[in-house]
Write a protein that binds this ligand. Structure first.
Ligand code: F3S
Length: 419
């Protein structure tokens, strides 16, 4: 195949090693991907989000790779944030996480910090001031739920980068211009007609299961979701619902972009011209089948851990939990997982103290998928998040109940799933 890629003089120099071996290695990765995907040029990026941070997932080989790169002098040249790691910085000893996990985990984060990455340790960079992209920004994000959010809700542009490719893009400040960076690939190839009510965060997770399984890596165009008169998608559905929809579409399928007719920014501006003429149609009459599958262990009663906040909880979601728990006492563990930045805001408003008074934890830096849950003696979980219901049984070897927030919090208060 002919090489279509044209590099600027500066990019050629980086590739030749003029800025050192760390930059050369990064440019080699970016250029290799550009050639694989037939890109004609590189695009400057405004931000990068790096996944593959938990020592549980990357192990010693990943740590050695990062240390090598940092020692070669690689430094990021755009604001770059980090996904969750495998534990909370200040709590791992109390949780019973072993030193042979914790010490290398902290070294992973140190390697990223050495390269200039901001250790937000959260999958929701778009919730943090100074890191929320603007419409049209080109990003190199590796967290699939965040990619779906940025592309769909904010109308920024990112492909689903891998952990190393997002870091490489951050080091050279560019990514290959292909895929969802191009207008043509942002058109919908599935019309998803929703004919049943979709109200709670769990409902949006159930919807994501059905659609993700059907469309794979397609671009769905939703019709039938209410919210046409709101000023923005976030106002129409709430950040929690949109987070979980994108996360589930990316987990059960490989969706990186969806549109909601009349609501998300590109759908609002371009209308139905954004739908390909050959788009397929999916009609959803009920979410029942999704609940049956996602609520994977219907016999399970005893819950070791109720986990809320996948993707990491927004301030509004933490407030809801705090209000529900006011004056109550928990019978089992509850984690509300979020970023440090959001937890500090929640603490300032008294929500963290209310959740702790009930016996729950607002956990930062990690989640129940990327933490080594076997070391915490957690064998059963309940959640209202579609992606958590998908990944935790596989990655953390737990049994799972799935339902709405009230059912999850009731399980936290009683210690049992009553549904
Ligand atoms: Fe975030 Fe963990 Fe869910 S990284 S998207 S809370 S699986």
């Amino acid at each position: 195949m002919a090489d279509l890629l044209r590099l600027t003089a500066e990019e050629e120099a980086m590739l030749a090693g003029a800025e050192g071996p760390g930059v050369r290695r990064a440019m080699e990765i970016v250029v290799a991907l550009a050639r694989i995907y037939g890109a004609t040029e590189l695009a400057p990026i405004t931000h990068a989000q790096i996944a593959g941070v938990s020592y549980k997932n990357i192990g010693d080989a990943g740590l050695a790779f990062l240390n090598d790169w940092a020692n070669e002098g690689a430094r990021v040249r755009v604001p770059t944030t980090l996904n969750p790691m495998g534990m909370e910085r200040g709590k791992w000893q109390a949780w019973g996480i072993r030193r042979d996990f914790a010490v290398p985990q902290l070294s992973v984060v140190d390697a990223f910090i050495k390269m200039g990455v901001t250790p937000t340790l959260s999958c929701t960079p778009y919730l943090f001031a100074g890191h929320r992209p603007r419409r049209g920004d080109v990003l190199a994000w590796a967290e699939s739920s965040a990619v779906a959010y940025a592309n769909s809700v904010i109308a920024a542009r990112s492909n689903r980068e891998g952990g190393p490719s997002a870091l490489a893009a951050a080091i050279v400040g560019r990514t290959a211009r292909y895929g969802y960076l191009l207008d043509e690939n942002r058109r919908a190839n599935w019309i998803v007609e929703v004919r049943c009510p979709v109200r709670s965060v769990a409902d949006f997770g159930a919807l994501s299961y059905i659609v993700g399984k059907a469309v794979g890596n397609g671009v769905p165009w939703f019709v039938g979701l209410e919210g046409l008169h709101a000023a923005s998608a976030e106002e129409a559905f709430g950040v929690g619902a949109l987070k979980t929809l994108g996360a589930g579409l990316a987990a059960y399928g490989a969706v990186a972009l969806y549109h909601i007719a009349g609501v998300t920014p590109e759908a609002r501006d371009l209308g139905e011209q954004l739908i390909r003429p050959d788009a397929k149609r999916l009609v959803i009459e009920s979410l029942d089948e999704a609940y049956r599958v996602m609520d994977a262990d219907p016999e399970l009663r005893r819950i070791d851990l109720v986990t809320i906040g996948c993707p990491h909880a927004s301030l509004e979601e933490i407030r809801e939990v705090a209000e529900y728990l006011r004056g109550k006492r928990l019978a089992t563990r509850l984690w509300v997982t979020t970023g440090q930045i959001t937890r500090e805001e929640a603490a300032g408003l008294g929500y963290v103290a209310e959740i702790e008074a009930a016996g729950g934890e607002v956990v930062a830096d990690t989640c129940a998928v990327v933490a080594p849950m076997h070391m915490l003696d957690v064998r059963s979980m309940a959640t209202n998040a579609g992606k958590m219901a998908c990944y935790a049984p596989m990655h953390s070897d737990v049994k799972m109940r799935f339902g709405d927030l009230a059912a999850c919090l009731e399980a936290a208060v009683t210690g049992e799933w009553r549904g």
